[in-house]
Ligand binder design. Structure first.
Ligand SMILES: Nc1ncnc2c1ncn2[C@@H]1O[C@H](COP(=O)(O)OP(=O)(O)OP(=O)(O)O)[C@@H](O)[C@H]1O
Ligand SMILES: [Mg+2]
Length: 160
């Protein structure tokens, strides 16, 4: 597990950018954290790292958006989803096991649909909500990539 402090939006975005730059095809990112934690900010960074030119918005209402970059980005948001069956017609696995990068906001709502190999990220807000600080916890499930963690660590180090 890797823990990284983000003291402002730009750091969270940069962490996402590193992932977007480094992630191979088929990477699945499961993002969790309360409302306003910074999941969509992180997703924008991933898109940037993938050289997506479009503006990334929250997919809350449409469940999913596809963006074209170095690899395709499949951006999901389970927030409004009430049951797993609503995902049936979407054919999630085609995306999760496809050639793009999948990123799922609120993935923890339906853990059963997530693939066994994924990167879990929890974004935790300061409980007193006094400032812009967040703590990001990265956990690689089913596969390890120490190099990725090294690169993520650099983002939050002094001088960056
Ligand atoms: N360190 C930080 N990292 C990320 N966002 C930050 C940070 N500090 C402040 N913010 C602010 O927090 C908000 C995060 O919003 P964002 O839409 O990314 O949250 P979210 O987790 O996607 O919420 P939702 O569950 O509603 O989709 C933005 O307004 C952003 O400017
Ligand atoms: Mg969001």
């Amino acid at each position: 597990m890797l823990m990284v402090n983000s003291v402002r939006e730009e750091i969270t975005r940069k962490l996402g950018r590193v992932l977007g730059e480094m992630s191979p095809a088929g990477t699945v990112i499961a993002l969790n954290g309360e409302l306003g934690a910074g999941k969509t900010v992180f997703a924008r960074g991933v898109a940037e790292g993938l050289k997506v030119n479009e503006v990334v918005s929250s997919p809350s209402y449409v469940l999913m958006n596809i963006y074209r970059g170095r690899l395709e980005l499949y951006h999901f948001d389970f927030y409004r989803l009430e049951n797993e069956e609503e995902l049936d017609e979407l054919g999630l696995d085609e995306y999760f096991y496809g050639e793009g990068i999948s990123l799922v906001e609120w993935a923890g709502k339906f853990p059963g649909v997530m693939p066994p190999t994924r990167l879990e990220i929890d974004i935790v807000k300061d409980p007193r909500d006094l400032d812009n600080s967040r703590v990001l916890y990265f956990k690689q499930i089913g596969k390890q990539n120490g190099f990725l963690f090294e690169e993520l660590n650099k983002v939050a180090s002094p001088g960056n």
